[in-house]
Design a protein around this ligand. Structure first.
Ligand code: ATP
Ligand code: MG
Length: 1018
């Protein structure tokens, strides 16, 4: 049988609201099978082209029918869900009927449309449901009485390398085991529930069950969907009775995989975090990438011997057949159309391009039934014997250590035992008729509480959940029966009507009162419960309106729907309340700007990151309180000017970071976004362990995501502007040190001096009027950090200054020594910086660039005040909030802009000094002109000739720095001597002094000479 390549389709989605708001630019084009992507940063560059089996344009050209289905408008090339099904799903179905295994997986970054294509939203059903529906329709059309069908359905989720059965209530701690079939070598999930299904409606119900299970897990802080892979597996068996009465089984396994978002490691990963390795966030996805690369290399023959690393992750183990094995496989790469996602989209396209090179070997799985059973029995006997005769014997000399051999032996034994059990179960299963099995499963399916009753929803007030993943929004519905609805933990007595679990949910959390459509909510007093209504903390009792947003604890977000009184409190509310809207509202209340009008692309990214990170910070704070970790977290925007090594000349956006503070001794740490996201993930894991009843009080601090070694903390930054260097002037200044909020933290006295290669300052007379005079010559300057004066006493343990500067063409990190035990350190630390040949870009940098001086204080793990030790984290945080509240009220704005203002001030200051210098020069010129005029007026009439006079005056007028003086001196002599030859000779020598032929500036000794002779004229 010939090898067959993996089929690859790409699909581009419409702009989402956010992208529309910020007027995102479309960077994807499709023509036939070609997809091109344009780099928005380099519009003149040729777009990159890729060719795939299918390129689906679902970006525009569609209209919404009354039932919500999107269809092409006016003959456009819009690819609807139906069209995608017809191309891809129908193929899957046909292959399944032929007895091939099929796999379909969707890849792409978060929000790119994977779930839309696979599962779909509302009436826009995706490939999976349409395929299932069509499968049952096709089965229904079967008129062959010798053929019967058996279909099973399973649904699992892989998160953090653990497998969770989405159709089962009891998942073991640590997830289900992934085992290897000792005979076939294939991997499978042990004890995964495979439900017999007899109709599409049953599959729909089971999918709902699985989705609800994901939603609950995600709100209880287990898996956020963009980080979890969902695998739906349908086994489709056709049992055909032949003329002789024996039966053959044709079976197909269909794997339908909705992968987690594919954000690359460097955008969300924690570069440099010591705990990075512990976080398995994207292990499965990166392993999938490696498997695909290895298979692509294999098929292209570029490398002969390649180990395909299937074993590296749970996902790749389970997809072993789909990739390079016995399966017909299709991949859909979901693309975002927006410029802002260029890097991610390009990487998705490259991924897809590699995937299409993979070759599979699909075979028809058809075997006589009794042969299958016989083989199963035989295998079982063999396995039994193997176990009875002392289990697995490992061969020596495999290069493995005795420990590794033992570990492997155990693993194999476990696999054999598991296989034995699975085979026995299968044999037992065979004894039961399919009809009985189906009937049993149906009874269970019917008992599943279905999605909320749509009719009831139009009449009764109810709460609907919101989730970060639109697929999990609107999945949970709680009707508010007349009277009281209590909300709390299930261990409360009496059991609350709505049981929630997870962070910051109290036993008795809140009560909702509902009488004839009048709804009120009350926080249960004294429990310290956390509830927010439309972003504002709930205290006491409050009336609720239709579409009000309610956040219980840290994660449970709901919208109140009140069909009995459908008037909203706020008329500007959108038609549909999304999770994003509710999060924006919370951010606004906290003082973060959320409107995108007038923001640059960089600022929009920052804003998105803030909105993404804020709920995580609240969550981590809540965990800190519950686990009593004595740490507090806060989102901090470091403005461009305050970033270490920042260059304000480049449009550098603010950086989103999180500050962790030790509430006992005030020590702080700043975590970059990536690091924080990883830590938050580890914190979730830790909390999960705590919920699972593990003792986490004694984890070593090296493994504690809340712990970090004490490190130097950034007191603040000062920007040293360099304009004076363009004019060869020195510049001494006392700069403000501003923290990230723009608040003054102290002063830094610095000096900037043009100098020679050895650091000897050049005389001020080197002043140039036109910076271009400096071009193409070597240039040196000396930067001296003289003293500092720091306001906050907690930095008195030690202070140092760091900066980055380009020296001899290379970026160099410079660090002053640490001056200890003072708030007024004297550094007198100088650094000579050399520019081998001054170029225009250096002058441009002098003109508008700056060196950012970062002032650090050293922190020590001091013993806290005994009084503080008595408080728990919640009380400590309350105290901290009280202290901060005033600063916040006035200071939040400054978070974004304060430092820019501070930096502007120092920029202006440099300019003023420079202008003053220029002004002094002009004054000097003026004085000299006056003197020249006066001298000439005093001359005897015979000497008052216009030509020499004009020469003197224009020389003075056009002179600069040293040249001014030499010229004047020269002319002075001309005037005195009135001898032409002498004048020429003098001019020559004077010129030499003004512009030495070796390109070096005159030494200060030479300066002094000219200075003294110049005095003649004055
Ligand atoms: N082809 C499409 N036509 C119309 N809307 C779409 C299309 N593709 C995606 N969308 C919309 O874009 C949003 C995000 O899509 P979706 O939830 O499918 O992303 P995802 O890739 O599954 O993200 P995640 O990785 O977070 O699960 C949804 O609101 C969805 O309705
Ligand atoms: Mg999704």
């Amino acid at each position: 049988m010939p090898d067959e390549s993996v089929k690859v389709a790409v699909r581009v989605r419409p702009f989402n609201q956010r992208e529309k708001d910020r007027q995102a630019k479309l960077i994807i084009k499709m023509q036939g099978q070609m997809t091109t992507i344009k780099n928005p940063e380099t519009p003149n560059e040729e777009p990159k082209s890729f060719s795939f089996d299918y390129s689906y344009w679902s970006h525009d050209g569609f209209q919404e029918k009354s039932d919500g289905i999107l269809e092409p408008a006016g003959g456009s090339n819009y690819a609807s869900q139906r069209r995608v099904f017809e191309d891809l799903g129908q193929g899957v179905l046909d292959n399944a009927f032929e007895g091939y295994n099929c796999s379909l997986f969707a890849y792409g970054q978060t929000g790119s449309g994977k779930s839309f294509s696979m599962v779909g939203y509302g009436n826009n059903k995706g490939i999976v449901p349409i395929t299932c529906d069509e499968m049952f329709k096709a089965m229904g059309r079967n008129s062959d009485s010798n053929k019967r069908f058996e279909v099973t359905f399973s649904m699992l989720e892989i998160y953090n390398e653990q497998v969770r059965d989405l159709l089962s209530k009891d998942n073991p701690k640590g997830g289900l085991n992934v085992r290897q079939n000792p005979k076939l070598g294939l991997f499978y999930v042990e004890n995964l529930k495979r439900v017999p299904v007899g109709s599409y409606a049953e599959i729909e119900k089971r999918t709902e069950q699985g989705t609800a299970s994901r939603t609950v897990a995600s709100t209880n802080m287990n898996a956020t969907s963009s980080r979890a892979h969902t695998v739906v597996t349908i086994t489709f068996d056709q049992i055909i009775k032949n003329d002789s009465g024996s039966e053959t089984k044709k079976s197909s396994v269909m794997n339908l995989v909705d992968l987690a978002g594919s954000e690359r490691a460097d955008s969300t990963g924690a570069t440099g975090d010591r705990l990075k390795e512990g976080a398995n966030i994207n292990k499965s996805l990166s392993a999938l990438g490696n498997v695909i690369s290895a298979l692509a290399d294999l098929s292209m023959g570029t490398k002969k011997k390649i180990m395909v690393p299937y074993r590296d992750s749970v996902l790749t183990k389970l997809l072993q057949n789909a990739l390079g094995g016995n399966s017909k496989t299709i991949m859909i790469a979901a693309l975002s159309p927006a410029d802002i996602n260029y890097d991610e989209t390009l990487s998705t396209l490259r991924y897809a391009d590699r995937a299409k090179k993979i070759k599979n070997k699909a075979v028809v799985n058809e075997n006589p039934l009794d042969k299958l059973i016989r083989e199963l029995k035989e295998e079982n006997e063999k396995l039994k014997k193997a176990m009875e005769s002392g289990g697995v014997v490992m061969q020596e000399g495999t290069g493995l250590s005795p420990e590794e051999l033992e570990k492997m032996r155990k693993q194999m034994e476990e696999d054999i035992r598991a296989q034995l059990m699975a085979n026995q179960a299968m044999l037992a299963d065979n004894d039961q008729s399919w009809d009985d099995k189906l009937a049993e499963a149906r009874t269970e399916t019917e008992k599943i509480e279905g999605g909320a009753d749509d009719k009831r929803k139009t009449k009764e007030p109810h709460l609907i959940n919101l989730n970060e993943d639109p697929m999990l929004s609107g999945v949970i519905c709680h009707f508010l029966n007349g009277g009281e609805t209590s909300i709390g933990r299930k261990d409360a007595s009496p059991t609350p009507n709505i049981c929630l679990s997870g962070l910051s949910i109290q036993k008795q959390h809140a009560v909702i009162y509902s009488t004839k459509g009048v709804i009120e909510i009350e926080s249960v007093s004294g429990s310290g419960s956390k509830t927010k209504i439309n972003g504002l903390p709930l205290t006491g009792r409050k009336a609720l309106c239709h579409k009000d947003r309610i956040l219980f604890g840290s994660n449970h977000m709901y919208v109140l729907m009140n069909p009995m009184k459908p008037e909203t409190a706020d008329t500007s509310l959108p038609k549909e309340i999304t999770w994003e809207y509710a999060q924006k509202e919370i951010a606004q209340v906290k003082g973060f700007a959320t409107g995108s009008a007038g923001l640059s692309k960089e600022q929009q990214i920052v804003q998105e990151q803030v909105l993404e990170i804020l709920p995580m910070v609240s969550e981590v704070n809540a965990v800190s309180e519950e686990l009593n970790k004595q740490k507090s977290f806060e989102v901090v925007l470091i403005s461009a000017a305050a970033q270490e090594g920042g260059d304000v000349t480049q449009s550098q956006a603010s950086k989103v970071t999180v500050k962790m503070k030790n509430l006992l001794n005030g020590n702080t740490w700043l975590w970059e976004r990536g690091k924080f996201i990883t830590r938050r993930y580890l914190i979730q894991e830790l909390y999960q362990k705590f919920l699972d009843g593990e003792d986490i009080s004694n984890i070593p601090k090296e493994q504690d995501p809340f712990w970090e070694p004490t490190e130097d903390v950034l007191v603040g930054t000062s920007n040293l502007f360099l304009q004076s260097l363009s004019y060869c002037l020195d510049f001494e200044d006392t700069l403000n040190i501003s923290d990230y909020k723009g608040q003054e933290e102290g002063h830094l006295k610095v000096k900037l001096e043009p100098c020679d290669a050895k650091g000897k300052p050049i005389d001020e007379e080197a002043f140039v009027d036109d910076p271009r005079d400096l071009l193409n010559k070597p240039y040196h300057f000396k930067l001296t950090i003289e003293t500092a004066n720091i306001h906050k006493s907690r930095f008195s343990k030690g202070i140092l200054v760091k900066y980055t500067v380009k020296n001899n063409g290379k970026a160099e990190e410079v660090k002053t020594p640490t001056v200890k035990n003072t708030l007024t350190p004297t550094f007198n630390f100088s650094k000579i910086v050399t520019i081998p040949k001054l170029k225009q870009e250096n002058l441009d940098f002098f003109e508008s660039g700056c060196i950012t001086l970062s002032v650090y204080g050293i922190q020590e793990d001091t013993m806290p005040d005994a009084k503080l030790l008595k408080l728990n984290t919640r009380e400590l945080r309350q105290m901290e909030n009280m202290e901060n509240s005033q600063a916040h009220a006035s200071g939040r704005r400054a978070t974004m802009f304060g430092n820019e203002i501070a930096s502007d001030t120092s920029h202006l200051k440099t300019e003023v000094v420079l202008l003053q210098r220029k002004y002094e020069r002009l004054q000097q010129k003026e004085r000299r002109m006056q003197q020249v005029c006066e001298e000439w007026s005093n001359k005897p009439d015979g000497e008052k000739q216009f030509e020499p006079f004009f020469r003197v005056v224009s020389a003075v007028a056009n002179s600069t720095g040293t040249r001014l003086k030499t010229r004047v001196q020269m002319l002075n002599q001309v005037l005195q001597g009135q001898k032409f030859v002498k004048q020429m000779a003098l001019e020559k020598s004077a010129n030499k002094k003004a512009a030495p032929s070796n390109g070096k500036r005159p030494s200060s000794a030479e300066h002094n000479k000219t200075e003294s002779s110049a005095c003649v004229i004055q």
